[in-house]
Each structure stands twice: as structure tokens, then as C-alpha cells.
Design a protein around this ligand. Structure first.
Ligand code: ATP
Ligand code: MG
Length: 435
């Protein structure tokens, strides 16, 4: 073992990333990139525009929009004071920053396409486990200015297309509910608390606390005993006003006529206060307990609450790590993406110049090819062995002999054939092999 590797081992023991925050290594990123390309292509095909937002925002905007008594604000935010004493927060989600940005940059126009997407890390101080991290990536999409159920439907169709393109559509199910307006929920909360108080002794610690802070979240409890109690509880759907109720009915019948399968889950609620009316989640039973890969819904009051004009809105966020976990667990993605297409070996340091020059010329003509020059001080035998063991289709040898004669020694590593080619012949060969 050489010194370089010994040093690396010592460093690894002493310096570690923060709990719940991970490195994304090249092997893993192959799936990530594959998925990200699909996500971007599909969103673009529905005319969504990319927007990039800061990771830090003023703490106040999250508190106001997400709600002071939500888990996220109460105990999950990474907040700190900057040098001037202003409280800042590492964004726990993207919608709030997106609304802030579209207001600040006056991006909302009545007659325009107001659809946006963004991708990036979010931060929540949660208990790390499979599918739950303290830094995680979300792809978020938001649509402004459309109040009819057509856009709810389009978003659901769009997300379904994502799963189809990735190849996971048979392993996910859509759950959907309507949570009405703030006023509806206020009335419902009173009825729910009244009902649950009768069972207070049977509630777990979490639910007991929520009974006085955020009772709707009890509906979301994963505790089976709580779910049993809830079977008798009043239903949120019975407290929803006529317009939200019609909106939901229309959406369901439109989904039926488009053949979209969904489960009506009357206990589906969202952890953030700004949601109203339609809410939905895409879940998979292949992920264990962190089973939601995408969650979204309407938030028709947030733009106004943040200082804008009254504007309807709807959005969703996909947890990329969970999507990657699911894709990996199904083995539907072949990791055989080649790291190297052309492997160049020069013999003798003085021929390095020709190797670099040739690789640049090939890149000029074939910009998508991955060309690797072995710059190491390995002997020629070792270099050739490495080329054979790599994913490269061709190996090019550049030595004194080749330079003198103006030929390149080229080996087709898949067909195990050797050629001596002039440069233009080499270019034609490359085109034939990689067409
Ligand atoms: P959960 O109930 O799983 O905590 P949530 O309701 O807090 O999710 P949202 O705020 O709606 O989640 O986020 C949307 C999506 O982002 C989730 O469905 C999930 O896929 C992903 N997500 C949320 N929190 C985390 C986390 N801590 N680690 C990894 N992914 C996450
Ligand atoms: Mg959560």
C-alpha cells in the first residue's frame, strides 16, 4: 500500500460528514443523472420553466408560511443568526422560497405560463433512517394562477408520466384527499379533538402532544392502535364546503375518465399549514416506512399571505433519494453506462503532446465521446491491461514508431482486432464504432 492510500484511511476515520448528510458518489450518480434527465425532459414537455433559488432564506418566511406549530418549524429547521444577528434558515422545502422569488421578481402574469420547477437540497433536522435524511434533494414544481381542477389533473398525469418513463409505474399508488379550506379545517379540528379526548389515555406520546398543537397530524399516525381509534372519528370530508367538495368530485370523475387509478384516503393530510383543497401522495410499498416518493397539493392562499395578489396555486415535491432507492430496488436501471469510450496510451513522456492533441481533435468532431488518456507512470503492459479491463471500445497507442510513420495503432477491444490507421481513417473508424 503506498503512502497516499494510508493517509486516506487515517483521514476517513477522523473526518466525517454531518449525521444525516451524505456524499453522493460517482457510481450512485449514474442513476441520479439518468433520473434527473427524465424529470427535466418530462417537465419541459409540459412547459415548466426552471428556477434556481437560494438555499438560505429569512427564518421568518418559513415560520409564517409553513406554520409555527408544524413539526418542520417546531423542531426540524436549521436556523442560525448571521453576523448581523439576522435569523436565517437552510430551506426545509422549496415552495416558500419559490413564492418569495416569483413575487420579488414579478414573474406572475395573468396571460402567461406560470409553471416552474426547481431541484436542490433541502434540510430538516429529522431522525436519519432509510429514506429520511437531514440533507435530501427535492424536485419541486409549482403552478400559479389556475384554480380549476384541470391543472390538478394535469399534474397527476404529469407525475404518472414520470413514473412511466423511469419504469416504476407498476410499483406506485396514488392517494388523494381534499382538506378543504382553513375555515373548514378549523371546524373539523374542534370535532376531531372532541372525539379524541375520549381516548386520550390510549394515545401515544406523539399524538397526545399533537392533540393540543396540530390534531390533524394525528390522522397521519403510523401507529395501528391509533388508526383503529380513528375508524370511528368524524371525517374531514363531511366538513368541507361545497366549492372544495365539488372541486374534488370533478377531479375524481376526470381521473376516472382518464383511467387514472387512485385511492381516496380521507386521512391524508399534509405536514405544512399552507395546503388546502386537493392533496395527494404517490406511495410505494417497496420502500419500508418512508414510502412517499412525491407529495403535493393546492395552496391557494399562500401567495396572498406572502404579500402578493390573491392567486391560486398547486405544486408537488419529489424526494429524489427515495425515488433512487425505489429504482435501485427494482433493478430496472442497468448501470452499464460506459465511463470510457476511447482509451489513449502514449509511450514515452515526449509523446504526451500527441496524445493530448489527438484527444482534443476527436472531441472536436465527436463531443459526446468519453476519451481517457492514461497519464500515470505505470509501465506499458499495465496500461494496456487497464485499457482492456475498462469499458472502452477502442485503445489507441502512440509511440515513437507511430509518430514517425504517421499512423495510429488502434485496437478494437470488443472485436479484438488491430489496425494501423491514418488520422482521417481513425476518425472514420470512430464514427463507425460509435454511430
Ligand atoms: P414525510 O411524511 O415522509 O416526512 P413530508 O410530508 O414531510 O414527508 P414533504 O414536505 O411533502 O414531505 O416533502 C415531499 C417529499 O420529499 C416527501 O414525500 C419525501 O419523498 C421527501 N422528503 C421529505 N422529507 C425527507 C427527508 N427528511 N429525507 C428524504 N426525503 C424526504
Ligand atoms: Mg416529514
Amino acid at each position: 500500500m503506498n503512502l497516499y492510500f494510508i493517509q486516506e484511511k487515517i483521514v476517513n476515520k477522523e473526518i466525517k460528514s454531518i449525521r444525516g448528510m451524505h456524499d453522493y458518489l460517482p457510481k450512485e450518480l449514474k442513476i441520479w443523472n439518468h433520473i434527473e434527465i427524465i424529470l427535466k425532459e418530462v417537465l419541459t414537455s409540459y412547459c415548466y420553466l426552471e428556477i434556481r433559488l437560494p438555499i438560505l432564506e429569512k427564518t421568518e418566511i418559513f415560520k409564517r408560511a409553513i406554520g409555527n406549530i408544524t413539526d418542520v418549524v417546531e423542531k426540524e429547521m436549521y436556523s442560525f443568526k448571521d453576523r448581523k444577528g439576522n435569523s436565517l434558515t437552510l430551506r426545509p422545502e422549496g415552495t416558500v422560497g419559490c413564492v418569495r422569488a416569483i413575487l420579488q421578481n414579478c414573474l406572475l402574469h395573468n396571460k402567461k405560463n406560470n409553471k416552474f420547477w426547481y431541484l436542490g437540497p433541502m434540510f430538516r433536522y429529522e431522525r436519519p433512517q432509510k429514506g429520511r435524511y437531514r440533507q435530501f434533494y427535492q424536485l419541486g414544481a409549482e403552478v400559479f394562477g389556475l384554480d380549476k381542477e384541470d391543472i390538478d389533473l394535469e399534474i397527476i398525469i404529469l407525475t404518472y408520466r414520470l413514473w412511466k418513463r423511469i419504469g416504476i409505474n407498476s410499483y406506485v399508488t396514488l392517494e388523494i384527499n381534499s382538506i378543504g379550506s382553513k375555515k373548514d379545517r378549523f371546524q373539523y379540528k374542534k370535532a376531531l379533538v372532541y372525539f379524541l379526548k375520549k381516548y386520550e389515555n390510549l394515545l401515544d406520546e406523539d399524538c397526545k402532544r399533537r392533540l393540543y398543537t396540530n390534531p390533524l397530524r394525528i390522522l397521519d399516525s403510523k401507529n395501528q392502535d391509533i388508526q383503529k381509534i380513528l375508524k370511528e372519528a368524524p371525517l374531514l370530508s363531511e366538513y368541507i364546503d361545497i366549492s372544495a367538495s365539488n372541486h374534488f368530485k370533478n377531479l375524481c370523475s376526470m381521473m376516472d375518465s382518464h383511467g387514472i387509478k387512485y385511492i381516496f384516503n380521507p386521512n391524508l393530510v399534509r405536514g405544512l399549514d399552507y395546503y388546502n383543497s386537493t392533496v395527494f401522495e404517490w406511495k410505494s410499498n417497496k420502500l419500508g416506512s418512508q414510502n412517499t416518493i412525491c407529495a403535493g397539493g393546492r395552496y391557494d392562499s399562500l401567495v396572498q399571505e406572502m404579500g402578493g395578489q390573491k392567486t391560486s396555486a398547486i405544486g408537488f415535491a419529489i424526494g429524489i433519494e427515495r425515488l433512487v432507492l425505489l429504482t435501485k430496488s427494482l433493478n430496472i436501471f442497468s448501470e452499464k453506462i460506459e465511463e470510457i469510450n476511447i482509451y489513449i496510451i502514449f509511450i514515452g513522456d515526449h509523446n504526451k503532446y500527441y496524445a493530448v492533441n489527438l484527444s482534443e481533435e476527436i472531441r472536436d468532431v465527436y463531443p459526446k465521446l468519453k476519451i481517457f488518456i492514461n497519464f500515470s507512470n505505470q509501465n506499458i503492459k499495465k496500461k494496456i491491461k487497464n485499457a482492456i479491463n475498462s469499458s472502452a471500445n477502442i485503445m489507441i497507442l502512440i509511440g515513437d514508431n507511430e509518430i514517425k510513420k504517421g499512423f495510429f495503432s488502434v485496437k478494437d477491444l470488443k472485436k479484438e482486432k488491430e489496425y494501423y490507421l491514418l488520422k482521417y481513417e481513425l476518425m472514420i473508424k470512430i464514427q463507425k464504432i460509435f454511430k
